[in-house]
Design a protein around this ligand. Structure first.
Ligand code: SF4
Length: 277
């Protein structure tokens, strides 16, 4: 089922039957993942001699390895220009998510009109957090969900490289695609806030639960308790910018009947934008 949803599935190969008692007990992950031929023969006496110290060492592999230290958020995010903000995100080590990332995912959009300026767009799409493909590509919404989003945008004349900016609430991939923790969302929030200040979008499409919570927490009381369905169908506000809540494209791939609702949300966003103009 997970593979059908394009979620990578890992399952350990069946553990080879250990001929030597102790190898599987000491390092089960290694004995399961490494072909038997790759395991060098071990003399019985060395097994006996190494059993106690080797086990003690293997049971605490990471405790002795110091993880790179976390650092506070860079100072002055609220006054950074676009390139400074990009650089700050790229080097950010303000929460544990930096430890497993391949790339930070700042966002994607058209080129800036001049050095130091943010891209000029009316539309901002805000998703949740990078997944595996986004982490590797350094770009939000790639893979099947990204393709669906691109097609939805294309239907109303938008293109991620021309006239819409796409960003996430969280800039680094949560391990195993788990949900971001509240502390991680809070740490990363100043980056999105500054992106919105610099982009000055005329409409924001918040895609998925976390994006909706993050953007509407100041204006919708107890937003996290409301079903997404109840937040759809009306414009909300983020610092004066209209926000339309809608489903995440990854959810739509699993719930095809709700595509029609997402289309209605997109049409509502278009209508709100036209009314503003
Ligand atoms: S998720 Fe955000 S706050 Fe955490 S390290 Fe990445 S950029 Fe920094």
């Amino acid at each position: 089922m997970l593979a059908e949803m394009n979620i990578p599935v890992w399952w350990p190969p069946a553990a080879a039957e250990a001929e030597v008692e102790g190898i599987a007990m000491v390092a089960p992950a290694v004995s399961a993942a490494v072909p038997r031929a790759a395991i060098p023969p071990v003399a019985p006496e060395s097994i006996a001699a190494s059993k106690r110290p080797a086990r003690a060492a293997d049971l605490k592999p990471s405790e002795d390895r110091a993880a790179p230290a976390l650092q506070p958020l860079p100072a002055g995010i609220a006054t950074m220009d676009w390139p400074a903000l990009q650089a700050a995100v790229a080097g950010c080590r303000a929460c544990r998510l930096c430890e497993g990332r391949h790339n930070t995912v700042f966002g994607v959009g058209p080129a800036a009109p001049a050095p130091g300026r943010a891209p000029q767009v009316d539309w901002l799409i805000v998703g949740e957090a990078p997944g595996e493909k986004e982490d590797l590509a350094g770009e939000p919404f790639v893979g099947p969900a990204g393709k669906l989003l691109d097609n939805m945008l294309k239907a109303i004349g938008l293109d991620r490289h021309a006239n819409v900016f796409i960003a996430n609430v969280i800039k680094c991939r949560p391990p195993g695609n788990r949900n971001p923790e509240p502390g991680e969302v809070a740490q990363c929030e100043p980056y999105l806030r500054r992106q919105i200040e610099l982009l000055e979008p005329k409409i924001i499409l918040a895609m998925g639960r976390f994006a909706v919570n993050a953007l509407l927490q100041a204006t919708v009381p107890e937003v996290h308790k409301l079903p997404l369905g109840k937040l759809r169908g009306q414009p909300h506000q983020y610092r004066g910018v209209p926000v339309i809540a809608t489903y995440h494209p990854a959810y739509l791939l699993r719930n095809l009947p709700d595509k029609a609702k997402a289309w209605a949300d997109l049409c509502l966003a278009l209508e709100v934008l036209q009314r503003r103009a």
